[in-house]
Design a protein around this ligand. Structure first.
Ligand SMILES: [Zn+2]
Length: 156
């Protein structure tokens, strides 16, 4: 899917932009009636496609006002979130990343958490194996952090 299909701008009920959400998330919000279409777009085939009763969304707007601080809470952990936070780049060599590396390996108790996982290319992930970066003589180019929803939305 292209970026225009996957990213929909999300507006607050007060018309402030809150960030971007996936196309799927936007459609779910329309069907749950928590959002309405704020700006319509042509469908992927260039026609005025509808999704049920809704025009194809380019931007959606929340029906009820959401206090901004909601966006500044820590984001729930997800693999996709790790790729977003690390900008799709390997934390060891900055090549395009396709895998998730556990800084402290899972085999040694390292968990699926924001602070213990980074995006990594296959080569670095394989080279590191079940060692810590120190043991493998590899240096993290970034320090893993817990992002807020706002930070992830800005990177989406
Ligand atoms: Zn790498």
């Amino acid at each position: 899917m292209s970026a225009t299909l996957t990213a929909v701008t999300l507006y607050n009920a007060s018309y402030e932009p809150l960030g971007r959400v996936s196309f799927k998330h936007a459609v779910l919000m329309l069907f749950r009636e928590v959002a309405v279409v704020h700006e319509a777009a042509k469908g992927p085939d260039g026609t005025d496609r509808m999704i049920g009763p809704h025009p194809w969304p380019k931007a959606v707007r929340l029906v009820r006002y959401v206090a901004m601080h909601w966006m500044y809470r820590p984001a729930g952990y997800s693999r996709d979130g790790v790729f977003l936070r690390d900008r799709g780049r390997c934390a060891y060599c900055a090549a395009p990343a396709r895998t998730i590396d556990h800084v402290l390996p899972q085999s040694r108790g390292g968990g699926w958490t924001w602070l213990n996982t980074v995006a990594a290319c296959r080569a670095c992930n394989a080279r590191k194996g079940s060692r810590t970066p120190e043991e493998a003589g590899m240096r993290l180019l970034l320090a893993p952090y817990v992002p807020t929803r706002a930070q992830l939305a800005a990177l989406a």
